[in-house]
Design a protein around this ligand. Structure first.
Ligand SMILES: Cc1cc2nc3c(=O)[nH]c(=O)nc-3n(C[C@H](O)[C@H](O)[C@H](O)COP(=O)(O)OP(=O)(O)OC[C@H]3O[C@@H](n4cnc5c(N)ncnc54)[C@H](O)[C@@H]3O)c2cc1C
Length: 189
């Protein structure tokens, strides 16, 4: 069983997987190639000068894999409660995970069979979102949501930031104290 399953490897999902995998959590990340970021020409992402969406998404996936995330290129067709965790059914196999982070962008179709509450979106062109609390928890314990699907502004820096924020809140809940992930620059001798 995985500690964390992330559904969606756009800016929100991959950013979350970077943090959970780097924290040593066994992380699997799924993507069904339905994302919108691949159509973006991004000039307003802090710290990155002019990047096309496909490259931004590919780099995010590489970073998540670098820390041990297993990346599965398959659409998730259902997520359901199973024992102490969740069963994730994809077009190419089934998986088990203790926690789930939904980062599916404009897509909320997985919410219904999981019993996750949704509500009307408030951002332009976002019809429906998953109802989350301030930390990113849904009404189903163990299921979190981040990025566009959780109602944040539809910009890569914001959705990537939200993915990181929600992952840190999940890691903090698992640790029972606030989680911090800082690496220190080695000073020249
Ligand atoms: C034409 C265009 C131009 C844009 N330009 C900019 C810009 O200049 N600057 C900017 O900041 N933002 C821009 N954006 C917005 C930005 O690309 C994204 O909207 C935002 O970052 C969304 O991130 P996300 O991770 O929430 O969603 P997405 O990037 O959409 O990622 C969601 C992922 O979930 C996956 N998924 C969904 N359902 C399933 C499922 N059932 N199983 C498996 N995988 C699933 C999808 O394949 C997708 O990869 C632009 C968007 C568009 C469309």
């Amino acid at each position: 069983m995985y500690d964390v399953a992330v559904i969606g490897s756009g800016p929100a999902g991959a950013s979350a997987a970077i943090f959970t995998a780097k924290a040593g959590k066994k992380t699997v990340m799924f993507d069904g190639d339905l994302g919108v970021t691949k159509r973006a020409w991004v000039r307003n992402h802090y710290g990155v000068v002019d990047v096309d969406g496909p490259n931004l998404v590919a780099t995010g996936k590489q970073q998540a894999q670098q820390f041990g995330t297993e990346s599965v290129e398959a659409k998730v067709t259902s997520v359901s409660k199973s024992g102490d965790g969740f069963k994730i059914v994809t077009e190419s196999g089934e998986y088990e995970a203790a926690n789930v982070i939904v980062a599916t962008g404009f897509w909320t179709d997985l919410a219904d069979n999981l019993g996750v509450k949704t509500k009307d979106g408030t951002e332009p062109r976002v019809k429906t979102i998953i109802d989350v609390d301030a930390e990113g928890r849904t009404n189903v314990p163990g299921v979190w949501a981040a990025g566009t699907v959780a109602g944040v502004s539809v910009h890569t820096i914001v959705t990537a930031g939200d993915g990181a924020r929600v992952a840190i809140n999940l890691l903090s809940e698992l640790a029972g104290s606030r989680y911090v992930d800082h690496d220190v620059l080695k000073q020249p001798e």
